[in-house]
Design a protein around this ligand. Sequence first.
Ligand code: GDP
Length: 281
Amino acid sequence: MSKARRQVQENLKHVDLVMELVDARLPLSSRNPMLDKIIGTKPRLVIINKKDLGNELETQKWVHYFEKQGILAVKINAKEQQTVKKLTKAAKEVLADKLERAESRGIQNKAIRTMIIGIPNVGKSTLMNRLAGRKSAITGNKPGVTKGQQWLKTNEALEILDTPGILWPKFEDQTIGLKLALTGAIKDELIPKDEITIFGLDFFSKHFPNELQSRYKLGDAELSMPAVDLIVLLTKKYGFRDDYDRFYDLFIKDVRDGKLGTYTLDIVGELEDEDEIHGDD
Ligand code: GDP
């Protein structure tokens, strides 16, 4: 078992609730495939972060998707102040029965202890800083350096473990790898840029054609071109001659910077192995 996973399992014993953080652009592909196994029956709240980057309609579909599985999901922008209120309310909702039982035994207003789990770059540090309310409290991702538990106090209702659980996405699935690469969730060197660009062009022309058309001023005929032909065309159009790498860089940066608008790369109902992703290994 990996060290990160062992650490998460150890830390789980101390929390009432797990906050699983996912990226609104990849609500499924940014999950750790083994999380279900790791956290077992521990209550969980799914937090769909970076909602400002995801397509609003698709994000809402994902909220329903999780709901159907009996999991409460909330969409947030970790940079916004209102996140604190939203997550406190959601945490109380997930643990409503437990809190009620505690109250009936005379235990009033016990703070909910929680930990944040997610793949790299999903926004764990940003969220922890937001919840802890002071930037100095946390110093980035350092798996494996727990020196006793430290709890960061959000308010009377919520305390967060100072070490987030960092787990890995499902790299070995090619499509997931491409999606992660396009959003910048994994290192650029891992997947060739031409493959990322072809995947991105195909995806946008299928799901968000208007954005692609307006960003690159494409006519209808151009929009329906195969991605490789479109690359040749746009590389020329930008005056890059046959330096395709320059176009790959431009396109990938455009997508990541939101120049093609908000977007969601995981489409509900379109993924063949939705269950597999968060099922077994
Ligand atoms: P971690 O690796 O999971 O701790 O992720 P970070 O907290 O370091 O965040 C990775 C990047 O995502 C940083 O550039 C953050 O500023 C950015 N980020 C985090 N949350 C949000 C969000 O809700 N919206 C946007 N647009 N960016 C975010």
